[in-house]
Design a protein around this ligand. Structure first.
Ligand code: SF4
Length: 152
């Protein structure tokens, strides 16, 4: 028997899917979950209910924090005080067409389609201009996040 220790163990997961995966794994491996409030056995129904509730509350809390941050940004934007640092790019231009031309100059032609699929989807889904999803980014460990003020 093992144990996972933490001050607030529900913080180990960013969403309920991850949290329940952890609970299932701990249940399978006969591992207890321990935090400042108690010791839980994920194989016991009551403990599992309580852990599930903690995970739900933790996920909701993250959502509220995100919502408050977004509303703060909107308020600033309404006052005209919002400054958003764009993620560092491979080229620096003033418009999308100039970016395309600058990239065509630098990247080998045979990779254009692959780069396009990769970079456009990456910019739309992961490294978004506001609150990039660094937690799911494959280059998170390498990225210096220059100018990035809030992440998901
Ligand atoms: S770690 Fe974050 S800021 Fe850096 S490239 Fe990935 S999503 Fe963008």
């Amino acid at each position: 028997m093992g144990a996972v220790l933490g001050l607030e163990v529900s913080r180990l997961a960013r969403n309920n899917r991850d949290w329940y995966q952890l609970l299932d794994l701990c249940g399978l491996m006969n591992t207890l979950i321990v935090d400042a409030d108690g010791v839980y056995d994920p194989r016991q129904l009551n403990d599992r209910l309580l852990l599930g509730l903690k995970g739900t509350l933790s996920e909701a809390e993250l959502g509220w924090i995100r919502q408050r941050a977004w509303e703060g940004a909107l308020t600033k934007a309404r006052r005209g005080e919002l400054v958003i640092g764009l993620p560092v790019g491979y080229v620096r231009t003033r418009d999308p067409e100039a970016t395309e031309m600058a990239l065509r100059d630098r990247l080998p032609r045979r990779y254009w389609i692959g780069y396009n699929d990769l970079l456009v989807a990456f910019g739309q889904n992961i490294c978004t201009p506001v609150s990039p999803r660094c937690s799911t980014c494959p280059v998170n460990a390498l990225c210096r996040k220059v100018g990035v003020t809030s992440v998901r």
